[in-house]
Unconditional design. Structure first.
Length: 298
């Protein structure tokens, strides 16, 4: 059975475009910019073409075009205008819209062409910070509001992972230039949200350090094993949904007791750090609120 979502409510359109449902209704009624389907109970439903058109209209509107003028344009003129006005100011909005459409349509070609266009104008770091990090945040919200399915999230996440792996591989052939510490990066037990940790692995290698990337769902015993092979370890743990907030402080204490020593440090980052008791911070344990904070310290 095909469960791919290709029909959207007006609330879905609001979540995907940032245009309030009330405004969409006004644009639709006054200017006839969209052509929704109607259920037997007169509820509006929109197809993928309506979503694409509204994303383009949104970009034009943000760029100063009046909705009354946009509504008079032939349908094929709207995407032409979008392409003509793409500039440094609007490239982020355009790229975000294109990546969303790629996600909704499971369109790998659109994702890759959008990415290649960005990479011709920006560095990979700029693309990740300016586009991918906000996109990942929006994807989480869209999933929570049932605007997209888990299949959409996995599809777009996998493509971003591909780009991270390709760029990280280019660094892995280089000999580390800084030897005062080794970074061990991991996700705790039952944690699978890997994109943020993968990007930190890229940044740390870019700064000349050796990294040991352990990936998702790593038990404490495995961290103790790594100590047998390296000195001056900085452990980097990314917590998005695990450990559960109710036990995260217990987890931190366990790591400090079982893993850390005088020559090692423990860095934690991710959504769950908001639940960590800040009194647990110490000389060898640091809580970070964002990837930017870690990058600035490297």
């Amino acid at each position: 059975m095909n469960n791919i979502k290709n029909v959207f409510s007006i609330k879905d359109l609001e979540n995907l475009t940032g245009i309030k449902a009330h405004t969409i209704r006004i644009w639709e009624k006054r200017y006839n910019v969209l052509e929704p389907m109607r259920t037997e109970t007169n509820i509006r439903l929109y197809d993928i073409e309506n979503l694409q058109k509204l994303l383009n209209i949104t970009l034009l509107h943000k760029h100063g075009y009046k909705i009354s003028n946009i509504s008079k344009l032939p349908d094929n003129k709207i995407p032409q205008l979008v392409n003509e006005i793409i500039s440094d100011k609007s490239v982020k909005n355009h790229a975000m819209s294109s990546f969303k459409m790629a996600m909704m349509n499971f369109d790998q070609v659109l994702f890759l062409s959008t990415y290649d266009k960005l990479l011709s104008e920006k560095s990979f770091r700029e693309v990740f910070f300016e586009i991918f990090i906000p996109l990942i945040g929006e994807i989480g919200y869209l999933w929570q509001t049932n605007t997209i399915s888990i299949a959409h999230e996995h599809f777009i996440s996998y493509l971003i992972k591909q780009k991270l792996l390709i760029n990280t591989e280019k660094l892995q052939v280089l000999t580390p230039t800084r030897h005062d510490k080794v970074f061990v990066l991991y996700l705790p037990d039952n944690e699978i949200h890997e994109l943020g940790l993968m990007y930190l692995n890229y940044e740390i290698q870019l700064n000349g350090y050796k990294t040991i990337y352990l990936g998702e769902s790593v038990p404490t015993e495995s961290l103790k094993d790594v100590k047998k092979y390296f000195d001056n370890i900085t452990y980097v743990c990314y917590m998005t949904v695990e450990p559960n907030p109710s036990v995260v402080n217990k987890y931190i204490k366990e790591i400090k007791k079982e893993v850390l020593d005088d020559d090692s440090n423990f860095w934690v980052i991710g959504r769950i750090v908001e639940s960590i008791d800040t009194s647990l911070e110490s000389e060898n344990m640091t809580i970070f609120k964002s990837i930017n904070d870690i990058v600035a310290l490297l």
